[in-house]
Design a protein. Structure first.
Length: 256
């Protein structure tokens, strides 16, 4: 029994030794093909790059030992956009690889990119209040921080913006609201342009909810009892105050 165990141990050690010798000591040359994202470097300020993401395929050679020691994600593909200007142009791709790893082919070797000049515009936040608090509760005026944001993007898209909105649903709420909400910008077609960046893209919304009923101003109309004596008539009247403030459930006030 022990001899079989010893034989298995010896066989395992021999296999490990052979693997180490072939892969590390002799280390044959290998070829690998990988696909990498292209990193955009030195992008000028106020300039947008289209497409926003690109990839390239690299063919690498090196010994097995070099690939093992290099690890994953150590080879990079990048493009220098220091000279990017508005319009389309081709840019050569460059690579960085670990010692012992060689790039023997790259497809594509250059990519076409378009630069778009960016414009900035300040926009005031508009609140879209939907629904009413639960019966017996009132919502105070919402507080927005910040009240003004900046929209950045291509000039043709910035010029079409008409509103920056934040929706708030108050339907049946009983507790105060304090949270960050995403800002939605719309153009003249009611759409959100794809290349607009908002700074910041969220705002803080605070709405205090308190117990109480809504109020409504209604004019006071006199109701005259009995008839005037014969020979008399009402020429006119004046009420002070002329209106009354009513408080109660919204479903009741709307009928008054």
């Amino acid at each position: 029994m022990s001899s079989r165990i010893n034989l298995k141990v010896v066989s395992t050690l021999l296999a490990l030794t052979l693997w180490f010798y072939v892969n590390i000591v002799i280390s044959p040359v290998m070829r690998r093909t990988i696909t990498l994202p292209v990193e955009y470097r030195n992008v000028p300020e106020k300039m947008q790059v289209t497409p926003s993401k690109s990839t390239t395929e690299l063919v690498l050679t090196g010994t097995r030992r070099d690939f093992i020691l290099a690890g994953a994600d150590t080879t990079q593909a990048w493009v220098d956009l220091y000279n990017l200007r508005p319009g389309s142009a081709f840019f050569p791709l460059k690579t960085t690889s670990p010692s012992g790893i060689n790039v023997v082919a790259m497809r594509p070797a250059q990519i076409e990119l378009e630069g778009k000049a960016l414009k900035t515009r300040e926009m005031e936040i508009q609140l879209e209040l939907k629904g009413q608090p639960a019966e017996g509760f009132l919502a105070e005026n919402p507080v927005i921080t910040p009240r003004v944001i900046k929209a950045e993007g291509p000039e043709e898209q910035i010029s079409q913006l008409i509103a920056a909105k934040v929706p708030i649903n108050l339907a049946d709420v009983k507790n105060s609201i304090s949270e960050r909400r995403k800002v939605l910008v719309l153009n003249r077609l009611g759409e959100t342009p794809p290349d607009i960046k908002l700074i910041p893209d969220t705002v803080s919304i605070d709405v205090a909810i308190k117990a109480g009923f809504p109020t409504k101003q209604t004019p006071i109309r006199p109701y005259f009892l009995n008839k005037l004596p014969e020979g008399f008539r009402i020429e006119g009247y004046h009420l002070t105050p002329a209106t009354a403030t009513l408080s109660g459930p919204a479903r009741v006030l709307v009928e008054i």
